[in-house]
Design a protein around this ligand. Sequence first.
Ligand code: FAD
Length: 307
Amino acid sequence: TYLCLTGLNGLNWYRPLKLQHVLDLKARHPDAKLVVGNTEVGIEMRLKRMEYRALIYIAHIPELNQLSLNDEGMEIGAAVKLSELMKVLQTVSGKRPLYETSSCRALIEQIKWFAGTQIRNAASIGGNICTASPISDLNPLWMAAGAKFCIIDGKGNIRTCLAEKFFLGYRKVDMASSEILHSVFLPWNKQYEFVKEFKQAHRRDDDIAIVNAGMRVLFEQRDTKWVISDASIVYGGVAPVPLFAYKTKLFLIGKTWSKELMQDALEVLQEDIVLKENAPGGMVEFRKSLTLSFFFKFFLWVCHHID
Ligand code: FAD
């Protein structure tokens, strides 16, 4: 029913063509790695000498390659490649009302600086999410944008998990060994909602971030004032998981967007994002100042857009 190749060292490489076969294989080999672009698994096996007994190539599964739109948002199959997602996001951003695609445009900008062309052509969004790297360029953005992850189990049942709740610890996610990521649901933005991406790396092109972030703010009109009704500020590269600045979110809600607010929010952010002197990755002062300067940039960018 599906192709299986066995290597000299007993490694099995499976190439199922149906989703049910992936789930059956996963039930039989709970430790199996799923592979699409192999840009994470390949590095783990060749450079980190990790030994896997079973690899399941899922790039041909139709359900995992779907990209569909509805009134609420966009569903992106877990095996969709970054380049393909980029093209669809560009098309969608040209067609839908501008305000609805703020998250789409932030994703486009972030994918532009994600690795190089070859990696973007092979790497999948599911591979990036499930690897749960603390410095993933996209995970802070999925979280900030309010995306939901759709997870399927061996029986074919689908449950959803907010991206915000998915990352539990260092490379640990809310997914059992019998489950796989099916798709990502990205909601359209509301009117007066703004989403922006940030990434600072040593080089602009093809480099891993030092710190990255995804930020979102939603305004509503109360009397004559524009008040913040929701916000998410999420950083990558400052903790074992993408870090959601909850205190800052609570601080922002109910206030108006002003220079004073920005200054006070920077104080709260420093309580939210605590980097110890000996934090892995080093450059602690630089990383701290990046978290603040990203928020400052976001403040200015939003000012420009609500004018
Ligand atoms: P694979 O290696 O095929 O799989 C990765 C992991 O995800 C495996 O453990 C697999 O079991 C799991 N997995 C895959 N799909 C599913 C699923 N549907 N359900 C459950 N588990 C699943 N990352 C960044 O964020 N930013 C960068 O700028 C960046 N640059 C890079 C540059 C280079 C040179 C390289 C080699 C990597 C870079 N990466 C970067 C990391 C990597 O490219 C991404 O994380 C990529 O999206 C992984 O996708 P993949 O399809 O290649 O994953």
